[in-house]
Design a binder for this molecule. Sequence first.
Ligand code: ADP
Ligand code: MG
Length: 238
Amino acid sequence: MSGVTLDRVTKRFGEAQVIHGVDLTIEHGEFCVFVGPSGCGKSTLLRMVAGLEETSDGTIRIGARDVTQVDPSERGVAMVFQTYALYPHMTVAENMGFGLKMTGHPKTEIDRKVAEAARILRLDSLLARKPKALSGGQRQRVAIGRAIVRGPEVFLFDEPLSNLDAELRVEMRVEIARLHKEIGATMIYVTHDQVEAMTLADKIVVLRSGRVEQVGRPLDLYRDPDNRFVAGFIGSPS
Ligand code: ADP
Ligand code: MG
């Protein structure tokens, strides 16, 4: 089982404290969305789960394992960013398999995992292409494919669709929902898009100035926000 548990997680950058003792439980297989205004600490919190930022205080567990001091590559997480650098000289298949190749996995295993990821993301017919011959949405699917190939227990997404135009965002939203349904992994997804949060989330975490303001199922937050701040993000106007 690979839920994610945050216990009094704190982050300071020098004198500035940006995350203030966050407690949070994300269940195994849950799709959890972080929302909140720019600068409230969504990315920092996600990067701490990934191990890309050290925690100043507190504990992060994945399943029963305390990963607070564990190297990012050993945490069983894969992160998808808003900007996704694909290697221009490599094909789609090579881009997706590169991580496994670098860690010495045998070619047959890499090929099998790339084929499986391509099937899930419907990239089968594009495997031999170079990134420049892909649309923006297809490139972002390759970036997600790279994460799938690594077989993580936990997927971390930091505003993965915010560089895409509105139509593609809708398409990719459906794609990500399907991905979650198909592979059932735990997912933490950062967005400032209310519709994305409402449609994708099992659970929404509203962050404000480095603190959890409210946690709940989308409809519960929508119908019954604790305060005006939460209502401003996801609640119905009241
Ligand atoms: P969000 O993703 O919600 O927009 P961030 O997590 O990026 O917010 O940032 C939270 C706060 O931490 C902001 O005030 C930001 O300026 C600060 N911050 C983020 N990264 C650093 C850093 N490397 N050094 C100093 N301050 C940082
Ligand atoms: Mg951010």
